[in-house]
Design a protein around this ligand. Structure first.
Ligand SMILES: [Zn+2]
Length: 322
């Protein structure tokens, strides 16, 4: 796990350093930030510092603990995460974490338990964690990561010291991504990725720009010519949750244009497509389809066994119904 401090985390890190220096860091830190903003790397610096044998406010990078941390073999660092992307964090993983919390540190210092996707814990898992957070063992720190606190059990949130790093302004993110990639970055790439710098960078690197364009174009073609249902369905299914999110942004953009607003349009580099869709579709239809899409997104992320192809094509067909 790479410990790295990105420029937009400076402020929060300085706060933590101050608390570490005064030995006042809360036993459970909850860090909430969008996907692709580098919160894991920030959590890693904190974990490495807590575990370091020499440094108090930053890891020395030299001691046995720091070396073990860098090699991903630290016996007192436990990283709990869902088995795969999109899955929930299981109760078994949380129970294992609870057990580590009560064991004495192998290196005679602290233990750190990092919980990734704390917003994707089922109720049983959240309740299991809650018990430990309520009566925290000494020499143990919890770091919880989430994309949003809204979907977390409020009792868990209330037991944590909450941190929400502010992402930099669009122009700063744009410059940062461009500096990393040595190429110019369309503004809508940042907006599609909610301004999260690493997500925007990955979007370009992994070819999502092309996938996104193909999906939007196919969708626009389907709406205007009422044909190509299978190809657009296929593109959405392949892009999974992300594809549904792109469409959700697109629906919102269409509504904004229909209402005469051009503020914070996500697809700002595809304005012609958005405008064409805005004039081709009745506003009431777009509104109801946006709501249906949000319901569909929630269902598909909750129940993995659903036939996504069927449900998505059914949603698409509604555009052609009068
Ligand atoms: Zn060290």
């Amino acid at each position: 796990m790479q410990a790295k401090l990105y420029p937009w985390h400076q402020e929060i890190w300085q706060n933590w350093q101050q608390l570490l220096g005064q030995d006042r860091l809360h036993h459970a830190v909850l860090l909430s930030a969008p996907k692709g903003s580098g919160k894991i790397e920030l959590a890693a610096i904190l974990a490495k510092t807590i575990l370091c044998k020499n440094g108090v406010t930053e890891p020395c990078g030299m001691c046995h603990s720091c070396q073990l941390f860098d090699a991903d073999t630290h016996p007192d660092f436990h990283w709990l995460k869902p088995e795969s992307e999109g899955k929930q964090l299981g109760v078994d993983a949380v129970r294992a974490g609870n057990q580590y919390a009560w064991e004495t540190s192998q290196l005679g210092g602290q233990r750190v338990i990092l919980i990734q996707n704390a917003d994707r814990m089922g109720e049983a898992a959240a309740n299991a964690l809650l018990k430990t957070l309520e009566e925290p063992p000494s020499h143990c720190h919890f770091i919880l990561l989430s994309q949003s606190m809204d979907t977390m059990l409020p009792t868990v949130v209330s037991r944590c010291n909450k941190w929400k790093p502010k992402l930099p302004e669009e122009t700063v993110v744009k410059r940062w991504v461009e500096g990393e990639l040595f190429e110019s970055v369309p503004l809508q790439v940042l907006r599609i990725n909610r301004g999260a710098p690493l997500a925007a960078k990955a979007f370009i690197e992994d070819g999502s720009v092309g996938k996104h364009k193909a999906l939007v174009d196919a969708f626009a073609e389907f709406v205007s010519k009422k044909q190509g249902l299978f190809s657009v369905t296929d593109l959405i299914v392949k892009a999974q949750q992300e594809g549904l999110q792109w469409l959700s942004f697109l629906m919102l953009d269409i509504i904004k244009v229909q209402q005469g607003s051009d503020e914070a349009i996500v697809h700002c580099d595809d304005m012609k497509t958005v405008q064409n869709l805005a004039s081709a579709l009745p506003q009431a239809k777009v509104m109801s389809q946006l709501m249906a899409l949000n319901r569909l997104k929630a269902e598909l992320s909750k129940h993995t066994g659903l036939n996504s192809e069927l449900l998505i094509s059914r949603w698409l067909t509604e555009f052609t119904a009068s």
